[in-house]
Write a protein that binds this ligand. Structure first.
Ligand SMILES: *Cc1c(COP(=O)(O)O)cnc(C)c1O
Length: 460
């Protein structure tokens, strides 16, 4: 058996490995090298029959694992919409891991419950949401979308006299579900999980930036579940949520905002016009692990009607011990859960209101710099760069694809591709606090070299 007094020793060892990892980041390839990936076979063995010393296990993990990580925190990772991690968040999380708290109930962790209450109030204030808005702390926006849409579905059906939690969806009144043509993949996953059927979603036409066109929303005779987004996963564009609310809320519709990475725009006075109207919705999703740079995994569901959220996640059991304090499991689909509020609190406390605004503004500023420099070097900018996303292409689809391949192989930076308005794009997401203007310049130089190589072809 391992001994409890091993823990400080192992934490010191983990600290040594972590520091070595951090110190090596700047010099290494952003995407792991072929040799590092080959090294992963070092993990392949039959289930060990006998125990191994913990120190050896950690050493193996570092030796094989660290080089095979994607260097997401280095400032030159622009893939998907993956955030970096602020140092204070990582450190607070280490402490929270040592605490090993379960946040299902107040009696399991008064400190976790308390910090969730504090974070809830701060985020509602920061984003200018209606007083009393409830927050649930989940693993990411997929589950936050699930939670917000579950609350909305249940509440709309409850108003029509149908208790879906008890009766299920068979025989339920029909509920229309509307989403923009550019809604995120997770929205469809969630609609399917909630039993509402992806084919039943009415897709509302979007404009060339991917924004829902409010005039294309059909006249509604009854309330519907309407899913908008703040931050298109390709272009970064925001739906005109206020105008959508104008069209659908008079019949009592529930408006949800998928704001995975965009909702934090609400913290920036400079981005006021993008965010405007979002605060009029009924529920919202946002990731702390993307643009806010809290370590993975951290998502938040926000719901104007607290009772709608908590009633969706009701559970009972003789062994539960309820208090009059915040009971975490009433706000999320899960019961046992790590104390995500700890590192979230630490990041919000260390940044403060002005620091969150400065963090978001910095991402937007660097996206703008990317667009300027890439345009100057002959790339075509394919979107209005309003937030942290930049879509670019070369003269034709094939050159764009080959340039992207070479960018990815360069090790200098990493980003992904997508298809936008019918043709290939390279998709740049500026999501990391650590990205500096020099990182952007270095990445642009890598893009130019990649395109030159792609032009010369395989034998060039
Ligand atoms: C990332 C993202 C999601 C999914 O969030 P996860 O945290 O990966 O579950 C949903 N919607 C949008 C717009 C996103 O960018």
């Amino acid at each position: 058996m391992q001994e409890q007094d091993e823990l400080p020793v192992l934490l010191n060892q983990a600290h040594r490995h972590a520091v070595e990892h951090i110190e090596g980041l700047e010099a290494r390839s952003v995407f792991p090298t072929a040799a590092a990936l080959e090294g992963l076979t070092g993990f392949d063995e039959p289930l060990p029959a006998e125990p191994s010393p913990a120190a050896e296990v950690l050493e193996t993990l570092h030796r094989i694992g660290s080089p095979a990580t994607v260097a997401q925190t280095v400032g030159r990772y622009f893939g998907f919409v993956d955030g970096g991690a602020l140092p204070v968040g990582v450190a607070a999380r280490w402490l929270a891991d040592v605490w090993d708290q379960n946040t299902a109930q107040y009696v399991m962790s008064p400190v976790a419950s308390h910090l969730e209450e504090v974070c809830e109030a701060w985020i509602v204030d920061l984003l200018g949401l209606p007083g009393g808005t409830a927050a649930g702390f989940v693993c990411g926006t997929t589950l936050a979308n699930f939670s917000g849409l579950c609350a909305g579905r249940n509440e709309l059906l409850r108003r029509r006299g149908w208790d879906v939690a008890k009766k299920g969806l068979h025989g339920a009144p029909r509920l229309r579900v509307l989403a923009g043509d550019d809604a995120h993949a997770s929205v469809f996953k969630v609609v399917s999980l909630l039993g509402m059927g992806t084919e039943c979603v009415e897709l509302i036409e979007t404009d060339e930036q991917g924004r829902m066109i409010p005039d294309r929303i059909p006249d509604l005779a009854e309330s519907a579940l309407v899913i908008t987004q703040a931050g298109n996963v390709n272009s970064g564009a925001f739906d005109p949520v206020g105008a959508v609310c104008d069209r659908v809320q008079s019949v009592g519709s529930w408006v949800h905002v998928d704001g995975a990475f965009g909702l934090w725009a609400g913290a920036s006075p400079a981005l006021r016009s993008l965010y405007e109207g979002c605060e009029r919705a009924d529920s919202w999703s946002v990731d702390a692990h993307k643009t806010l740079n809290v370590p993975y995994d951290s998502g938040i569901v926000l719901c104007r009607d607290r009772a709608a959220l908590t009633s969706a996640f009701e559970a009972s059991g003789a062994y539960f011990q309820w208090t009059d304090r915040r009971e975490g499991m009433q706000y999320t689909p899960t019961m046992s859960r790590r104390a995500r509020g700890v590192e979230l609190w630490a990041v919000l406390k260390s940044l403060g209101r002005s620091g969150v605004a400065a963090l978001i503004d910095r991402l937007v500023e660097h996206a703008g710099l990317f667009a300027t420099l890439l345009r100057e070097t002959g790339f075509e900018i394919r979107n209005d760069v309003v937030f942290n996303q930049v879509l670019i292409s070369c003269e034709d689809d094939e050159l764009t694809a080959r340039t992207l391949e070479r960018v990815q192989a360069s090790g200098e930076c990493w980003c992904g591709g997508s298809v936008w308005n019918g043709s290939n794009v390279i998709r740049i997401s500026v999501c990391d606090w650590a990205t500096s203007a020099e990182d952007v310049e270095r990445a642009v130089a890598a893009f130019v070299r990649a395109r030159d190589e792609a032009c010369r072809g395989p034998n060039g």
